[in-house]
Design a protein around this ligand. Structure first.
Ligand code: HAM
Length: 426
């Protein structure tokens, strides 16, 4: 029989449910907090934009634009696309609202869902979550290092340490065109298939990212951008590395890195975690010299990163760590009778006012069911109250880890629970 009334989420689109949703929120907020510490202000962007913004900004020849966009026509036939990434939208907003005419750099931070029509697998989703920052308008190697250090601190602040930062320079207009020609010269001599030849024509760097062993072998000796940087691009890169050294941010130079988006120039980087299998990139970013002008703004540079929140959660899991501070619930109230319930509802309110995470057994469950719920909640203590105890001015305080229960004065419930939890927190 076919079911007509049950739905499932679209393929590759995750739901975030308790208890793991708490990890998701902790990771997202922890990464945002790292950005706040460096002065990045919040920007909330539309989830969809004109399709042309991404085609122009991210690059027509990228997989993201040519294969992965969720594009739709609105009722007027105008083409819009669910944002596949954040940088183009930030740049659009900065230009539209003249933020680049004020204090520079413009430092912005965003968090939210992005959409890519990829083949779903663990760590690769069609709706993915990122935290990103962008620092726009100043071309200073110290700013590159700041952006990278914010990501590094963000990861470490969550307790992660099994990752590495890979970094390279993709050069700029003073050396990239010459290098592109050099690389094409090399690639055109290889016995490549037609599609790869076409790629070499349009975007030769991408051929270096080909995962097929035979292509890898053929391109093993390809000229690398890092060996053909102009004096200025080289100096920029060396200064970035110098700042990272001074900041104590470890890195490895990976001159063969190819990013999936076309706007990068100069400093380009990726954070890679080895516990994740194929989808090992937990974050990436770089400088983008030409993007603002390409989108109709001033010729100002920028630098930023996007961190994959989903993959960071998986990375923590792989390291057996948690980013969540404290249990979902600390105190669970068990009322045994109507008068007791009225009283416990008020006590729960007071506990919450005191910042203590509190839940109650609802629905008139018996002692056994309510205690089971208390155990399941993960609470440290239960407050057990019957109607007779209300009359006697007492309440049971049960330690859920030892099972020990003692009677305490009802009007001291909040203070005594707070004291028990404070002891626990020390
Ligand atoms: P990106 O490397 O395309 O860069 O994405 C950043 C991060 O998002 C990746 O490192 C990965 O962790 C996560 N991610 C990407 N696609 C997926 C997916 N399908 N499923 C799960 N996670 C995914 C950007 O998006 C640039 N806008 C970053 C940037 C900001 N560059 C400069 N400023």
């Amino acid at each position: 029989m076919t079911k007509t009334s049950s739905f499932s989420a679209p393929r590759g689109v995750p739901d975030y449910l308790p208890p793991t949703s708490a990890e998701f929120v902790a990771v997202r907020d922890g990464l945002v907090a790292a950005a706040r510490l460096a002065g990045y202000g919040h920007i909330e962007l539309p989830v969809f934009e004109e399709t042309a913004l991404f085609a122009r900004g991210v690059g027509e020849s990228t997989d993201v634009v040519s294969k992965e966009m969720w594009t739709f026509a609105d009722r007027n036939g105008e083409s819009f696309t669910l944002r596949p990434e954040g940088t183009a939208g930030v740049m659009r907003a900065v230009i539209e609202h003249n933020l680049d005419r004020g204090q520079l750099p413009v430092k912005l931070c965003y968090a939210g869902p992005f959409f890519r029509y990829e083949r779903p697998q663990k760590g690769r989703y069609r709706q993915l979550q990122q935290v990103g920052i962008e620092a726009i308008g100043i071309d200073d190697p110290a700013l590159d290092a700041e952006v990278i250090a914010v990501a590094d601190r963000g990861f470490r602040g969550l307790g992660l340490d099994g990752f590495r930062l890979e970094i390279t320079s993709l050069g700029d207009e003073t050396c990239r065109p010459q290098y592109r020609e050099l690389l094409q010269e090399f690639l055109f001599k290889l016995p490549l298939d037609e599609e790869t030849k076409r790629r070499a024509q349009i975007n030769p760097l991408r051929v270096l990212d080909d995962k097929r062993p035979e292509v890898k072998e053929m391109t093993a000796d390809a000229p690398l951008m890092i060996d053909h940087l102009s004096e200025s691009a080289k100096a920029h890169f060396e200064q970035v590395l110098g700042h990272l050294d001074a900041l104590g941010v470890p890195y490895v130079v990976n001159p063969r890195m190819v990013r999936g988006l076309d706007y990068y120039t100069k400093t380009t980087f990726e954070f890679v975690h080895d516990g994740l299998g194929a989808q090992s990139g937990i974050g990436g970013g770089g400088r983008y010299d030409g993007l603002m002008a390409e989108l109709g703004g001033q010729p100002l540079s920028g630098i930023g990163f996007g961190i994959g929140v989903d993959r960071t959660v998986l990375a923590l899991e792989a390291e057996g760590k948690s980013a969540v501070d404290g249990p979902r619930i600390e105190v669970f109230g068990v009322p045994l009778g109507d008068v007791a319930k009225q009283r416990l509802v008020v006590i729960a309110g007071e506990l919450r006012k005191a910042g203590i995470r509190t839940d109650l057994a609802y629905g008139g469950r018996g002692m056994k069911g309510a205690m089971k719920a208390a155990d399941k909640s993960g609470a440290r203590v239960a407050l057990v109250l019957g109607d007779r105890e209300v009359a006697e001015g007492e309440i049971g305080l049960k330690d859920l880890s030892t099972g020990e229960q003692r009677q305490i004065p009802l009007d001291e419930a909040v203070a005594q629970v707070a004291a028990v939890l404070a002891g626990e927190r020390d």
